[in-house]
Ligand binder design. Structure first.
Ligand code: ATP
Ligand code: MG
Length: 731
């Protein structure tokens, strides 16, 4: 045997048992940070080096492509050689690979196409229309969801009992017709990849045998998030070979809404009775205080498989709990702590800001940008780069610059209004030929009836719409313009119909853009007149200012891949990762737990597991922050601190407030007494302005003569320079 001792270095006893144990199925059931992923990596290296198994005979399943490439790199590191031929990927990726290789046996066309979720909903919609069903009664997104849940359970239309229930019956009809359409068009959706790969095993025993012989070891990370069909696929592939090792943590199951089944963990022990169950209890990631918080929280869930975690890393610091006055205050606090972190010589990439939903990133992004701290949004896009946001901005751009060709191209047929790519090509050609903008070109083409009647109508509709927007927008505030565009362009409806988590997130982002417009501060780079407002002539319109702000945020300061930057992501995308410094932002009831899950115990428990995932990402320092009032999705809300905070043992929490501030009680809520340095104003104070009337100070910046305050007047909020604005304190 080769020298393999290095593969067992830095492993504890039960970990070694997993890594160097005899061939055979095993379940590693263990809490966060106990080394499950590490064990998996070492096991693979062990199989190759100590057992002499070829990488070609190993199949490892992880939950993202990034996790897969990390796993590969870590194994190569351990082995000191490259790993060719090893299969490591996601369930979907592996199913896809098998279906490509055996498309005929799987009953697919050679060049089958994969439908992403958008495509899928569009196709279901066409099917619904072709069945002469009322789209309003039978929304495509609901039908798509229903079809996918059947597939996730391994059910084809023929397996579903024919019932009298109209809802089921109709969806069954849609499912059947959708299936036909997919087959005819050679299209495969995500759920289909898995189901078909499973059916392939059942249908082609020789092929199954081939793969069973090929793979002498199957390994799965994050097993708690497998759904029924994924598990069935694995079980069949493992057969009687007794070679399946799965690792997971029931407390980290966070994809129930997508069909994941925690029960698969118990099912595994039943299906593989000879398997060995190993528990790991020592956590190597986090300080004891962080673990106590996590353990205390998750203890509130019922029906857990029960695990205790301990660490010998010492208590560490308590968890910091910060209450921001509003979401900007919260973001500022986080960014200030990040500055401290960096100034202490730490890497930016060691700090992560985690949040429940994507729309929360915007305020944080803005404050990071102002502070010129590079950041990266992981597993998602930066706010102003999101497709739905860029679409709205393109309409706004056309209001201010109808000749912007890129904006024109972007939205001329978004949402779809029957302007096909052929018409767009014609417009483009005409514009190029005459050296004019797409806007002018389409106007001339329409006027001279150069387009087909149908295309001409649609293009005219689009042009008229933009002209109408332009006219209306003259009377409106920035935020009203955003609202107008979102509503009347049809984009809102378009994303509403799209449905599902993704459609929901897009709608939230659209609403968040309204907030961005509400709180947008155009005065930053401009000279101010006596009112504390900018002189009219010298400034761009708010609209133009906002657009350039948006494009700057989207483009220029984007951190490169290799640049050391702050990591931002949703808690879902943080699964499996770890960071020395972690912020959980927006710890408020309604935001987290999300409103949609507060009523239903099952979903609330899933949110709690998500919070457990969030907390256990932290290695050394953990901050929980919330805002007493928050503008999000276009509304101002007053949320209570998340119930999850109260479920964390008090002794590990430390409430922090800003330096030298006194908490002042108002009947409604606590307000941080942020005195504006060098002035006699402070946050929360009521003031009167000659023009705008009475308002409350929401926010401030700078001090002395350059101090500026944001005041919430009846007419909306404004940034004013204290030295000029002549504000009088009230009360
Ligand atoms: P999660 O549930 O979050 O996916 P996990 O159980 O997969 O966590 P790992 O990510 O494998 O845990 O390990 C957590 C951290 O602890 C990693 O930094 C890992 O390198 C380290 N670690 C694990 N086991 C040991 C050990 N025996 N000695 C030293 N460090 C260890
Ligand atoms: Mg892991």
């Amino acid at each position: 045997m080769m020298d393999v001792s290095n593969l067992l270095d830095n492993l504890n006893e039960p970990q070694r048992e997993c890594v160097a144990g005899p061939k055979g199925s095993s379940l590693v059931l263990a809490g966060a940070g106990s080394g499950k992923t590490r064990v998996l990596v070492h096991r693979i290296a062990w199989l190759i080096k100590a057992e002499g198994i070829s990488p070609f005979s190993i199949l490892a399943v992880t939950f993202t492509n990034k996790a897969a490439s990390e796993m590969r790199a870590r194994i190569e590191d351990l082995l000191g050689s490259s790993l060719r031929g090893m299969w490591v990927g996601t369930f979907h990726g592996i199913a896809h690979r098998i279906l490509r290789a055996h498309y005929e046996d799987a009953g697919l066309q050679r060049d089958f196409q994969i439908l992403d979720s958008d495509d899928q909903i569009r196709l279901v919609k066409r099917v619904i229309l072709s069945l002469d069903l009322d789209e309003k009664k039978w929304p495509a997104r609901q039908a798509t969801w229903w079809i996918n849940s059947q597939k996730d359970e391994g059910l084809r239309p023929k397996n579903i009992e024919h019932m009298d229930d109209l809802y089921l019956k109709t969806h069954l009809v849609i499912y059947t017709a959708y299936e036909d359409a997919c087959l005819r068009g050679g299209m495969v959706d995500f759920a289909e990849l898995l189901l078909r790969a499973h059916e392939l095993w059942l249908k082609k025993p020789e092929l199954l045998k081939h793969y069973q012989n090929r793979f002498s070891a199957l390994l799965v990370d994050e097993f708690q998030d497998t759904n029924s069909v994924q598990y069935a696929w694995l079980r069949v592939l493992a057969g009687n070979n007794d070679n399946l090792m799965v690792v997971g943590d029931d407390d980290q199951s966070i994809y129930g809404w997508r069909g994941a089944k925690i029960e698969n963990i118990q099912q595994f022990s039943k299906d593989f009775p000879q398997s060995n169950t190993i528990r790991l209890e020592q956590n190597y990631r986090s300080t004891s205080n962080i673990l106590k918080a996590a353990n205390g929280l998750i203890d509130q869930n019922f029906g857990r498989l029960g695990k205790e975690l301990w660490t010998d890393l010492g208590d560490g610091e308590p968890l910091n709990l910060f209450a921001g006055f509003n979401e900007i205050d919260e973001a500022r606090y986080i960014v200030d702590r990040i500055k401290d972190w960096i100034s202490q010589g730490n890497m930016r990439s060691e700090a992560a800001i985690l949040y429940r939903s994507n729309a929360q990133s915007r305020v944080l992004e803005e404050v990071l940008l102002r502070s010129q701290i590079p950041y990266k949004i992981y597993g998602g896009q930066r706010f102003f780069e999101r497709m739905e946001i860029k679409n709205v901005l393109a309409y706004m751009r056309l209001i201010s610059q109808p000749h912007s060709d890129s904006a024109f191209e972007r939205v001329v047929n978004t949402p779809p209004r029957g302007i096909g790519s052929k018409s767009v090509d014609e417009i483009r050609g005409f514009a190029r030929g005459n050296n004019i903008s797409l806007w002018d070109a389409s106007q001339r083409l329409v006027e001279n009836n150069f387009l087909s009647a149908r295309a001409s109508n649609s293009v005219r509709g689009f042009l008229d719409f933009v002209v109408l927007l332009t006219k209306k927008s003259e009377q409106l505030d920035l935020e009203e313009i955003v609202e107008l565009v979102v509503r009347e362009s049809g984009l809102k409806e378009y994303h509403m119909k799209e449905g599902g988590e993704r459609g929901q997130a897009r709608l939230e982002n659209l609403a968040e853009l309204v907030t961005a417009a509400q709180t947008f501060d155009p005065s930053f780079e401009y000279l101010l007149d006596d009112d504390g407002l900018e002189p009219e002539e010298s400034r761009l319109s708010d609209l133009e200012e906002f657009l350039s702000h948006a494009s700057l945020e989207a483009g220029e300061q984007q951190a490169g891949d290799s640049e050391d930057c702050i990591q931002m992501m949703t808690m879902h995308s943080a699964k499996g990762l770890e960071f020395p410094l972690v912020f959980l932002a927006g710890m408020e009831d309604g935001l987290f737990p999300h409103t949609m899950s507060m009523e239903e115990p099952g979903r609330l428990e899933e949110e709690r597991r998500l919070c457990y995932v969030g907390i256990t990402r932290a290695m050394r320092k953990l901050y929980l922050t919330y805002a007493e009032s928050r503008r999000i999705h276009g509304n101002e809300t007053m949320n209570r601190p998340s119930r999850f905070i109260s479920e964390i043992p008090e002794e590990v929490l430390k409430e922090v407030r800003m330096n030298n501030t006194v908490v002042l009680n108002t009947p409604k809520r606590k307000i941080r007494d942020g005195a504006v340095d060098g002035t006699d104003l402070r946050l929360g104070q009521r003031v009167i302005h000659e023009k705008f009337g009475e308002g409350v100070i929401l926010n401030y910046e700078g001090n002395g003569t350059s101090a500026r305050v944001q005041v919430n007047f009846n007419s909306g909020s404004k940034w004013l320079v204290v030295a000029y604005a002549n504000l009088k304190a009230v009360g």
